[in-house]
Design a protein. Structure first.
Length: 144
């Protein structure tokens, strides 16, 4: 199950990503928003993060105008590793190396075609499981 969330700046791109997920037969839960009316992205980032931490969803996709604010908010939750990706290389690397569980996109930054390719790469790249990457993730999760 994939959790989706966006603000008004990511709404249109979210609709395109939903089409892709439907075409692939992938299950998702849409946590909003539901229009281009102005809303605050932290509301949706928190819903997606909580759904992953509870086990309701396995991964998440968050979209705001730039992807920055929504990813910062999601990363406030221990256990969430949200990666803002603007290309397929970053999407692949963050899955392989960071076991990222949330993809963040900028609806005003990345075009639809590229965004769908980034989503596809993110969802289809497994974590490498390499010891050095597992150690780094453990360090990320440790509070100082």
């Amino acid at each position: 199950m994939i959790a989706l969330g966006c603000d008004h700046g990511g709404y249109e791109l979210k609709l395109e990503i939903k089409k892709y997920l439907d075409e692939k037969g992938l299950e998702y839960k849409d946590f909003g928003c539901d229009s281009t009316d102005a809303v605050d992205y932290p509301v949706y980032a928190k819903k997606v993060a909580k759904s992953i931490l509870s086990g309701e969803c396995e991964k998440g996709i968050l979209i705001c105008g730039t992807g920055i604010g929504i990813s910062i908010t999601a990363n406030k939750f221990k256990g969430i590793r949200a990666a803002l990706c603007t290309d397929c290389f970053c999407a692949e690397a963050t899955r392989l190396h960071n076991d990222a569980n949330v993809l963040a996109l900028g609806g005003r930054v990345v075009g639809t075609g590229l965004a769908v390719k980034i989503v596809d790469t993110f969802l289809n790249t497994p974590f490498s499981g390499a010891e050095r990457h597992m150690n780094r993730i453990a360090q990320m999760e440790t509070e100082e």
